[in-house]
Ligand binder design. Structure first.
Ligand SMILES: [Zn+2]
Length: 74
């Protein structure tokens, strides 16, 4: 079993429920998702996985997109 994030072959450690489906994620991509939620929470005072994150499907894999604009740190 692999992490379901696009282009990731790491073994998943976390299982999340999003848009009615289970998504297996490695530590790195789970952390990335949590960081995105934290950024939304900082900017908008609240954040919800199911309300604020959109799952973009690419060739059977997933990518997470914030529904709200957040400033990206480089
Ligand atoms: Zn991953």
């Amino acid at each position: 079993m692999k992490c379901m994030y696009v282009n990731c072959d790491t073994a998943p450690e976390y299982l999340i429920q999003l848009e009615g489906q289970q998504i297996a994620l490695c530590r790195k991509h789970y952390t990335r998702l949590v960081n995105t939620l934290n950024k939304i929470a900082l900017k908008y005072k609240k954040a919800s996985l199911n309300e604020d994150i959109y799952v973009k499907k690419i060739r059977g894999r997933v990518r997470f997109v914030s529904k709200k604009p957040i400033r990206k740190k480089k």
